[in-house]
Ligand binder design. Structure first.
Ligand SMILES: [Zn+2]
Length: 292
């Protein structure tokens, strides 16, 4: 345990273990801290695994109306992600980690992909089994030793990485189960710049979805972590907006999303507005690439 000069317990970064950080947001007893050396934003205290497992059983919306609203809010991201994947690689085996109700996998299966999912929420798995019996949804979170090495052509995680207690370990596991040269697609929120920009106004938006988001990443942090875990050809782009059902969320998503798309286009993809959800693509480094 690290203590500061006043002999109080200091908050340390769960990844780089440094006690140097700044509290940038607080809600209902949970704090969000930005680590100075590694730029990672993390929740403190860390919710326990049991607390989270229980909470996730009521995480997904229940009524058919809410489920369809959720599907619609993700539609643009689903279509753009499918197009991005198919620009890179043809139909093969795809795994969606945290597949929820299975809407993305349903879409990919219809396009000729051999689809499989992982979902820890029993409600999500039951919905997928009932509506989309064509693909299997596993209940066990990664790492899963039952999945052999080099199993998948593509692995996707939509809004999952920020929920994981050990994101680096999961990326390492994704690297293991991808085929050489296999494609990873990450869709992740980048909330911290908006939270800092809006100050007290950010409270109503609940951008960290407290306490569900354990981390908030910067592009630099995520890309260097991927490099460290054996990925190459890493690039980050905007690739569509989600459209939340509530007015405030929709307003923020539209405004920041459109501004982000505009800046990205104006800067030929070089200008990425901080604070907008992003898509990161990467390939598993193949042993056949000797020139890197
Ligand atoms: Zn750190």
């Amino acid at each position: 345990m690290v203590t500061n000069n006043n002999n109080e317990t200091a908050v340390t970064c769960p990844l780089c273990r440094t006690p140097s950080n700044r509290r940038i947001f607080e809600k209902e007893g949970w704090g969000y801290y930005r680590c100075r050396p590694c730029s990672l934003v993390f929740i403190h205290p860390q919710p326990s695994p049991d607390f989270l497992t229980n909470k996730y059983q009521e995480y997904l919306p229940e009524s058919e109306e809410a489920i369809q609203a959720w599907r619609l809010s993700m539609e643009e991201v689903i279509l753009k992600s499918a197009a991005l994947i198919e620009k890179e690689t043809g139909p093969g085996r795809i795994l969606d980690v945290g597949c929820g109700y299975g809407f993305f996998l349903y879409h990919m299966a219809a396009r000729g992909w051999q689809a499989e999912g992982i979902e820890i929420s029993a409600q999500g798995r039951h919905y997928a089994a009932e509506h989309f019996p064509r693909f299997r949804v596993r209940p066990k979170a990664l790492p899963d030793p039952e999945i052999p090495d080099c199993s998948f052509d593509v692995v996707t995680l939509f809004y999952v990485l920020e929920h994981l207690a050990d994101p680096v370990g999961v990326l390492r596991e994704v690297q293991r189960i991808l085929k050489p040269d296999g494609l990873l697609l990450l869709r992740w929120p980048h909330s911290t710049p908006i939270v800092r920009l809006l100050g007290p106004l950010a409270r109503g938006l609940d951008l960290y979805h407290t306490p569900y988001h354990l981390f908030d990443y910067s592009t630099r942090f995520l890309e260097s972590t991927l490099t460290g875990q054996g990925f190459t050809a890493i690039r980050t782009l905007l690739a569509g907006n989600t459209l939340p059902a509530d007015r405030l969320g929709r307003w923020s998503s539209r405004i920041f999303g459109s501004l982000g798309e505009f800046l990205s286009r104006a800067g030929a993809g070089r200008l990425l507005l901080p604070g907008v959800s992003k898509t990161t693509l990467a390939r598993k480094k193949s042993p056949e690439w000797p020139f890197e």
